[in-house]
Design a protein around this ligand. Structure first.
Ligand SMILES: [Zn+2]
Length: 248
């Protein structure tokens, strides 16, 4: 299985090509590594669709549901794909919400779905977000940074889930409420239920954000505080960076 890495060290340099190398502990074992590389390559394909600009990076992202066999690519996104100076992660989440976009089966990659439950009992609900560059934690435009957007997306889904569950018991007699509770419990126990919270549990990252525009990316710290794993996948840093910096 993958190992969660400690906080990435802060780079003190500020040139457009400087990138801090990943810490040695961020290594992954071969089967998982190859798998994550495959999904990051899918995200890279998205990143290559970006229209380059000197004032921003070209990033690609993919939202994946690993609970299905094979896993489902729920949506993809790339920088400025949607109107309004949008970022890749933002586009992937917005497209998932707006269109429930499903890609052709040929883009769904083979995935060993043996996952590890970390004790929260909700592993079937956990989604993975792949991004060629770590989610931004600050934007010069003042728009909501991707790391905050990811956490906001989680909160909205949690809220909807709670409202949905609470709404089941309203306006009913005691017997009906009992039935609703039993139905609710059955649905919670069912892997196919649509009432579950879809939560991004892990963000896999191709490369750290260079200090070109923002001097210190704190995505790792923010995600960790929200119990979302940030895992750097070594091996594609050079390509992710080259694609990101097109037009600079
Ligand atoms: Zn961003």
């Amino acid at each position: 299985m993958s190992s969660e890495q400690p906080p990435p060290p802060t780079s003190t340099a500020a040139t457009s090509t400087t990138i801090t190398p990943p810490p040695p502990s961020s290594t992954l074992n071969t089967p998982s590594h190859n798998l994550h590389i495959s999904y990051l390559q899918l995200a890279l394909t998205e990143a290559k669709k970006c229209i380059p600009t000197p004032t921003a990076f070209c990033v690609g992202a993919a939202l994946v549901d690993p609970s299905t066999t094979p896993p489902t690519v729920l949506s993809t996104g790339y920088s400025r794909e949607l109107p309004g100076n949008t970022h890749a992660e933002q586009c992937a989440l917005d497209k998932y919400d707006q269109e429930r976009l499903l890609l052709p089966s040929s883009t769904v990659l083979s995935y060993n779905t043996t996952t590890t439950d970390d004790g929260d009992g909700n592993e079937d609900d956990d989604l993975i977000l792949y991004t060629t560059m770590e989610p931004c934690s600050e934007r010069l435009s003042g728009n909501l940074p991707c790391v905050d957007r990811i956490l906001q997306w989680q909160e909205v889904r949690q809220q909807q889930h709670q409202e949905q569950q609470a709404g089941r018991g309203e306006g009913k007699g005691e017997e009906e409420k009992g039935q609703a509770r039993r139905q609710q419990q059955e649905e919670i126990n069912s892997p196919s239920t649509l009432t579950k919270t879809r939560r991004i549990k892990t963000v896999y990252v191709g490369v750290r954000e260079p200090e070109t525009f923002i001097k210190k990316n704190v995505a790792w710290e923010k995600l960790k505080a929200a119990n979302v794993k940030y895992i750097h996948v070594p091996g594609l840093e050079k390509e992710c960076l080259e694609v990101a910096e097109r037009g600079h």
